[in-house]
Design a protein around this ligand. Structure first.
Ligand code: 5AD
Ligand code: SF4
Length: 481
């Protein structure tokens, strides 16, 4: 077996720490690869599989940027890769199970290709138990890093190749934001732009404050410069990303806020702006004013409710109650009448009774969400809820989940039906996966719309009349001829 160099391992106590950083962001001066890596990378192929949220997608774009700078090109066939990377998610146990399944396949590929680098990074590697499992049970994984040291990929890779050791290096303290890292974006018309990293909320079920560290906001000049650059390159849409975009700027000295940032991003003239995820506690009404005033801020709001019961919200440490949540929903519907509202809901949180659950069902009926992301509570080691006692049986929880899904799906279908006959603007992106004679894109409400057409439509925003609804997608025809 190969020697293992554990230069740094995850430490949850360290990850829990919150403090002041001397500098929140710094421009990276020199990220040129060494001549050694340039020679190694030339003509070689990388394979990246990304699990989890948009944060991970964006990190994978940065990693691709680094790899392409040393002459590597992508492959969609893991068995032919010289460098195979799994960017992992730890949000629920089933996200973790994905990794174990994928690594199961990788073993034979790695054995067939001596010299292949099999790497694992992302949120799971920030955690002590999954890190140990990779280290002990997957000896063919020869490179591990975390969410906090993506930028160290060159020295880690070089060390791994030259030493022929396994290099495992995970940093628990996030440090300053690094600006100016390379990046190769996944899509040519829509882009993710980070505005904050990490999270200070500590919802009791959530692992993210540990895997992604304390909240750090990017300076607004950096965000605006990135959006302007995207506009110059023809991008039509940006999604401003953060675990909690509503508290953007709270950690910066001049305390800029999200509403102000949104206005500035709107001023760049980019055709479409979205943002996620909003937190009801930190949300300010002014954001609704910006949404109402600015046609390029899309009428779409993802506002996780998690539960409709004040008792459960308290146990979750969500720091708002239903009165506050409903105030926001009423206000957004008043100020942005055509708003599309979506949410996240957890079922079976420890302490949730049937009565609490009934309140969640009521909230879903009251809010009339366009779409709901529903999850069964998954205990995450290291979080406070891991140790909370759950009186409901798995069968009861599954039954609640089924009832919730039935309700949310019927509301989604009803709301979708209302779109039929309407004319909307669609940003076309790519040929439909099922029917290559159709092009797919998104309307302002984040509905997936399919229209007969060819690739010349890609990147265009066109008026489309919706002709049929399939609840989670729509058919339409071009309306501007
Ligand atoms: N179990 C189930 N769902 C979770 N989420 C976060 N942590 C957990 C967990 N431990 C859900 C929340 C969050 C979404 C991204 O994932 O609803 O908003
Ligand atoms: Fe998964 Fe959360 Fe990490 Fe995103 S931030 S990849 S959802 S654990």
């Amino acid at each position: 077996m190969k020697e293992t160099e554990v230069t740094s391992a995850p430490d949850l106590k360290e990850a829990r720490k919150r403090g002041r950083l001397a500098s929140r962001s710094q421009r990276v001066a020199d990220i040129s690869p060494s001549p050694f890596l340039l020679t190694w990378g030339a003509g070689k192929h990388y394979y990246i599989e990304t699990f989890g949220c948009q944060m991970n997608v964006r990190d994978s774009e940065i990693i691709q940027g680094f790899l392409e700078r040393i002459g590597m090109t992508p492959t969609s066939d893991a068995s032919k890769a010289d460098f195979a990377l799994f960017n992992t998610c730890a949000i629920r146990e089933n996200a973790e199970d994905h990794l174990w399944g994928e690594l199961g396949h990788m073993k034979q590929y790695a054995q067939a290709r001596p010299g292949m680098i099999v790497a694992v990074c992302g949120c799971m590697m920030q955690l002590e138990v999954p890190f140990r499992i990779v280290r002990e049970r997957y000896p063919f994984v020869n490179l591990v890093f975390g969410t906090n040291n993506v930028d160290a990929i060159y020295p880690l890779l070089e060390d791994c190749i030259k030493s022929r050791h396994r290099v495992l290096n995970v940093v628990s303290n996030p440090g300053a934001i690094l600006e100016g890292l390379p990046s190769k974006r996944m899509e040519p018309h829509r882009a993710f732009v980070n505005i904050t990293y990490g999270c200070d909320k500590f919802c009791t079920y959530c692992i993210v404050p540990f895997t992604r560290g304390m909240q750090r906001s990017r300076r607004h000049e950096e965000v605006i410069a990135e959006v302007r650059d995207l506009v110059r390159h023809g991008y039509k849409e940006v999604t401003l990303l953060g675990q909690n975009v509503s508290s953007y700027g709270a950690d910066l000295e001049d305390n800029p806020d999200f509403a102000g940032l949104l206005r500035e991003v709107s001023d760049t003239g980019i055709a479409r702006i979205r943002f996620m995820t909003s937190h009801p506690h930190d949300f300010t009404d002014e954001v609704f004013d910006v949404m109402a005033e600015r046609p390029n801020v899309m009428p779409y709001l993802h506002l996780p409710i998690q539960s409709g019961s004040d008792h459960v919200l308290k146990l979750m440490n969500r720091s708002y109650d239903m009165a506050k949540y409903m105030h926001l929903v009423d206000l957004v519907k008043a100020k942005v009448p055509d708003i599309a509202l979506t949410t996240d809901i957890i079922v079976g949180f420890p302490g949730e009774t049937e009565e609490d659950f009934q309140q969640t069902l009521k909230a879903v009926r009251d809010c009339q969400y366009d779409s709901c992301f529903t999850f069964i509570f998954s205990p995450r080691p290291g979080t406070p809820a891991y140790k909370m006692k759950n009186n409901a049986s798995p069968e009861e929880i599954q039954d609640r989940f089924n009832r919730l899904v039935e309700l949310t799906e019927s509301i989604t279908a009803e709301r979708a039906q209302r779109m039929v006959g309407k004319t909307v603007e669609v940003l076309f992106l790519y040929p439909s996966r099922k029917d290559k004679t159709m092009m797919s894109g998104y309307d302002p409400y984040q509905h997936l719309v399919h229209v007969k057409g060819d690739e010349s439509l890609a990147g265009q925003i066109r008026r489309v009349k919706i002709t049929a609804s399939h609840a989670h997608s729509f058919l339409g025809e071009l309306a501007d001829e």
